[in-house]
Design a protein around this ligand. Sequence first.
Ligand SMILES: Cc1ncc(COP(=O)(O)O)c(C=O)c1O
Length: 379
Amino acid sequence: MNPITSHLGHISSFLAMEVFARAEELEKQGRDIIHLEFGEPDFPTPKVIADKGVQSIRDSRTRYTHTQGIEEFRAAVVNKYKAMYGVDIKPSQVLTSSGSSVLLYLAMRLLVPPGDEIIMTDLCYACYDNLAMIGGAKPVRVSLRLENGFQLDIDEVKRAITPKTRAILVNSPMNPTGTVLSQECMEELAKLGIPIISDEIYGDLIYEGEPYSVFSFTDNAIALNGLSKYYAMTGWRLGYMILKEEWATVAAKVHQNMMISAAHFVQDAGTVAIREGESDCRKMAEEFDSRRKFLLRRLDEIGLNPGYNPVGAFYVFLKYPDQSKKSLDVAMDILDKTGVALTPGIDFGPAGEGFIRFSYANSKENIDEAVKRLQQYFS
Ligand SMILES: Cc1ncc(COP(=O)(O)O)c(C=O)c1O
């Protein structure tokens, strides 16, 4: 290890990228690979949104903006949260940046001083514990188990609380399981009186049940959101967070130092996405739901029922039959033998060992072909 950078030696990379790198090698050798490892819509950004971005560049909207984002974008976010969840937030509570990942880091820096603790789930999006540690915070993980439908056990959360606990981080609908935390669980979490950081990036991709925001339960919270998933804008890099005004003032200062602002023309495109993109984006969400049902049916037909109901995002988390094998080995072996790229469960925490994640952000034809190959592999 390089002694100069050794203080970051415990930070890991995404295993999904390792699977992808191997998949690319195989593709170069002429193999036909089906990519089910990425958490990224396979659709292009809807035209109305892309056109606005292009027009905005032509109109020279290419300068820095207010660090919290342009007024129109923040107003669009305020209206969206009112329309979807009935919650009242003010534009001064919105902070816009280049993707939600950096805001996740900022949210943790804001609430959790170095040396203090943040409770997060084990299973969670691969970067959560790394971002906490980069900021000097200590992640304390509470396991999610298939037997509980990957729901959070509030008693386990209570047991994880110490005098150093500064925040609880949740994600619903969730990566990697596609599950939604129950409203009862959110109510119980809110009652603990500890600030909640709620990653709502898949909030528009709920196929069963009523959507909610953390602000439906408490304002002692930070909601993180972004346009990558529902609006198919991953590469545009646009995200936002919603937080109390007094927190937003501090967050804005930190953000100004780190990022100055999100790109102006990207914010214009994002404004149009939220205001006018709904019909295009709803169609994509309907297609995801249809693929979800298709994948679940096909897995069931080959004896690989995941044993719970993934009702959101675009993921299915599957416990594979031979539990003596490590998930990274299984994912790599499946890739080598069948050409199907999946993400090893261990990418999402120790509780993910024994599982593989499917992303159904791919066509039904490809999903069908992948399941056929897996049937052969597991037989
Ligand atoms: C739960 C979750 N949060 C945040 C992100 C990152 O989103 P962004 O593109 O806004 O940085 C992802 C991406 O996969 C995710 O799965």
